[in-house]
Design a protein around this ligand. Structure first.
Ligand code: ADP
Ligand code: MG
Length: 412
């Protein structure tokens, strides 16, 4: 097994008085005009606090770098990290300095003004084109400037470790580095899902990013005992079985792939469970129309309708298939849970996962919307074994891909 220098190792070696650059994932949803942004869900900031606090308490001079949204490689006030830095300060219970640029004059001034145990946040790292550049030299040149601000690097932004970006990847090649507490915790859980998981091992997939997630199915067909498919992905499978799906979400070019998965599942003895009934409506829910949900057989979706949730019979079947599971990974809501009329399937699966947890099994929820769903539907976070902060990163790991931001931290 790969070995890493952990945060605990680093603290034991002594960080007092050292400038430590921490890559965190502070990419939170914001609302409102540029100068009055309100953070609508601070989950990722909360998740970043323990590593930053550990370093500060050990006397390090902590320099946090992170991105927010997708600015186009140049400063854009709508994506400033300033309000995020303020929230981090509140959560830490410490004064947090803010640098108005990422590697410029302000950054140097703030970083070199830090005393032991103090924390600074650098402005949005994606204001610099070098951060996400595909050109190794351009990315490297920016990483040099970032690395020059500190003596040590801690990688703690799990949501970005699948990206080969300057603040995630290249900077780790330039500074002695350690894996942060959050990244370590996430990887340990993912490992339990891939290396000899306790069985039965059930995977539940849904959501709307169908083609993104088919790769996971490919990899899991050989590993999971049961695969439950809900959400927008269902209809490409139903089409592959020869059914008409009306106006439902459909990825025509993936029908053949789904047909192959159905066949492989049948041959390998993996139970691939699809809904037998679906909740349909004649329009995608929007603010102006009152939903008129109708339950139909999955094989009989009317031409003028679209499927928006798994039906009640399917919800019971999915919950039943989760009883007795020892390991569960769930990514992607079963329906358009944002609207009450289409939230029952997602609620039933979430409830079943909490029962797996209560029975001593490991239940993992991955994906931004899935995590939001369990919170919105009123489930307590500790009713699940783990709620992952990084959807894309956890999916790529489960697909069997190497995460560049993790690989680069391994000791040779
Ligand atoms: P995650 O962020 O958990 O990985 P996705 O981003 O793939 O999940 O998908 C989440 C979205 O999928 C939700 O906004 C939900 O409304 C939508 N969704 C679920 N079921 C359907 C469906 N049948 N048709 C269209 N959209 C759906
Ligand atoms: Mg999503």
């Amino acid at each position: 097994m790969a070995s890493y220098t952990t945060l605990a190792d680093l603290v034991e070696q002594g960080v007092a008085g050292k400038r430590v650059l921490v890559r965190s994932d502070l990419n939170v949803p914001l609302d409102g005009p540029a100068d009055q942004k309100v953070i609508t869900d601070d989950g990722r900031i909360r998740a970043s606090v323990p590593t930053i606090r550990t370093l500060a308490e050990a006397g390090a001079r902590v320099v946090v770098t992170a991105h927010l949204g997708r600015p186009k490689g140049a400063p854009d006030p709508a994506y400033s990290l300033r309000p995020v830095a303020a929230r981090l300060g509140e959560l830490l219970g410490r004064d947090v300095r803010f640098a108005r640029d990422t590697v410029g004059e302000s950054a140097h001034e703030v970083v070199h003004g830090l005393e032991d145990g103090q924390v600074a946040v650098l402005e949005n790292v994606r204001f610099e084109a070098g951060e996400t550049s595909k050109d190794d030299a351009e990315r490297g040149a920016f990483a040099d400037r970032l690395a020059s601000l500190a003596e040590l690097f801690v990688s703690d932004g799990f949501g970005v470790v699948h990206r080969k970006q300057a603040s995630v990847y290249d900077v780790a090649q330039r500074l002695p580095h350690a894996v942060g507490g959050l990244v370590q915790a996430e990887i340990e859980v993912l490992r339990r899902l891939t290396v000899e998981p306790d069985r039965p091992y059930v995977v539940v997939l849904g959501g709307s990013k169908v083609s993104d997630k088919l790769g996971v199915i490919d990899n899991l067909l050989g590993k999971a005992d049961k695969l439950l498919v809900g959400g927008g992905m269902v209809f490409t499978f139903l089409k592959a079985q020869g059914h008409e799906v009306g106006k439902s979400l459909l990825e025509e070019d993936q029908v053949e792939v789904c047909r192959e998965y159905l066949q492989r599942a049948a041959e390998s003895g993996v139970q691939l469970i699809l809904p037998t009934d679906v909740v349909v409506d004649t329009a995608f829910p929007s603010g102006d129309v009152t939903p008129s949900p109708q339950v139909v057989a999955a094989s009989e979706i009317p031409a003028d309708s679209l499927g928006l949730d798994i039906g009640p019979e399917s919800a019971r079947a999915f919950a039943g298939a989760l009883v007795g599971a020892r390991t569960v990974f769930w990514n992607g809501p079963m329906g358009v849970f944002e609207v009450d009329a289409f939230a029952d399937g997602t609620r039933a699966v979430a409830q079943a996962l909490t029962e797996v947890t209560a029975d001593g099994g490991l239940s993992v929820v991955g994906g931004g919307d899935s995590a939001a769903a369990v919170r919105t539907l009123g489930f307590a976070e500790d009713a699940f074994g783990h709620i992952s902060t990084g959807g894309g990163a956890s999916l790529e790991y489960l697909e069997g891909k190497e995460l560049p931001g993790v690989r680069v931290l391994e000791d040779d």
